[in-house]
Design a binder for this molecule. Structure first.
Ligand SMILES: C[S@@+](CC[C@H](N)C(=O)[O-])C[C@H]1O[C@@H](n2cnc3c(N)ncnc32)[C@H](O)[C@@H]1O
Length: 329
């Protein structure tokens, strides 16, 4: 790659102010261990960096898909964080992100290693029209995260991402387990009382996206730079970087934005490449490497209330027979 196009360089990584397709075209085949990224989503309400229309999304994505497959190592992974979208003017969902994963598998030869769901507990109730005005949908608080691979056996270990045991599991480890059948009929044998150093996480990842006062934001404020409007929380790429790469491996974020991926890689001693088209975002991204970044893990666990905790059918209201077609007064 032409070193003159490098916007910023650190001990482990490089940022490019450049179309990701140009950067990838200069990378050798089988050279990247992990691509972890959040591409522009196919949105109805566009962000300032210009989103692609959900209807054109697959065509827009194809050249990236081809290059992702070429540059990835045989045992590498492609992790795509992608939010859903609504059909314009009506309370129904676009299928574009499902079509994307089907296209990547059926046309480009990827395997779906696992589907993940990133739940953002601090997500506002949107889209307001359907959720808070007409009250005919619930808030949309999960992004899909497609973990894809070139073969069915990408290198991976869930031992890298264990979570603390629940209180009841801690008790069980301390006091032992009386073997009995679960409601599912499974016989839980004594091996469940073995301490494996932590619980295996589910494919639902709970991370609030609330870093409004972190060192990146402070850096942007102090330097008069507009922060990136759609950053993912660092724990999201961190989960996959830890689980799917070793120290010294090479990680690519083609739609780098404010370079969260680069910052995580720098801490974890993975080599990294981030590409971004808009210079303002890279100006802010530099702040991630020039200050001692502080990251506070505000909460460690979230509980999800069972749906039955507050059934509200004791009102006189009947359901809107028109499904919310007419706006309430
Ligand atoms: C959803 S944002 C990524 C945000 C990033 N994960 C973060 O946390 O800061 C997508 C980014 O991709 C950039 N982008 C869009 N097309 C691109 C391309 N062809 N090459 C490089 N970057 C591109 C957009 O400018 C936008 O900043």
């Amino acid at each position: 790659m032409n070193p003159e196009t490098i916007y910023f360089k650190t001990q482990f990584g490089e940022m490019y102010l450049c179309d990701a397709l140009d950067v990838m075209s200069s990378l050798p085949s089988d050279s990247i261990n992990l691509i972890v990224t959040s591409p522009p989503f196919g949105l109805v309400r566009k962000k300032e960096y210009g989103n692609v229309d959900a209807n054109d999304y697959l065509n827009w994505f194809k050249p990236f898909a081809k290059e992702f497959h070429r540059v990835l190592c045989e045992n590498g992974s492609l992790v795509i964080d992608i939010g859903g979208s609504w059909e314009k003017g009506q309370p129904t969902r676009s299928l574009y992100h499902f079509k994307l994963v089907i296209m990547l598998c059926e046309e480009f030869g990827f395997h779906l290693a696992q589907d993940f769901y990133w739940w953002n507990p601090s997500k506002l109730p949107t889209p307001a029209e359907w959720v808070t005005v007409r009250r005919v949908r619930v808030k949309d608080a999960v992004n899909t995260v497609w973990w894809l691979s070139k073969t069915p056996y990408p290198k991976a270990s869930n031992k890298r991402v264990l979570q603390p045991y629940s209180e009841s599991m801690e008790d069980l480890l301390k006091n032992g387990y009386v073997a009995k059948k679960r409601p599912s009929g499974h016989d839980i044998s004594t091996k469940f009382s073995h301490n494996n150093g932590g619980a295996i996480p589910p494919n639902l990842i709970a991370i609030p996206n609330t870093d409004s006062n972190d060192s990146y934001i402070r850096y942007c404020k102090n330097h008069g730079i507009a922060p990136h409007p759609a950053r993912f929380p660092s724990e999201l790429p961190e989960f996959f970087i830890r689980m799917l790469t070793d120290k010294g491996d090479l990680v690519l974020d083609p739609f780098g934005g404010s370079c969260v991926t680069g910052e995580v890689c720098e801490h974890l001693e993975r080599r990294w490449i981030c590409c971004e088209l808009i210079e303002e975002y890279l100006k802010g991204a530099i702040g991630r490497f020039s200050t001692t970044s502080s990251h506070e893990y505000e909460e460690t666990a979230y509980s999800i209330t069972k749906p039955g905790a507050l059934w509200n059918e004791n009102t006189k209201d009947t359901l809107p027979q028109d499904g919310g077609k007419k706006r309430p007064q």
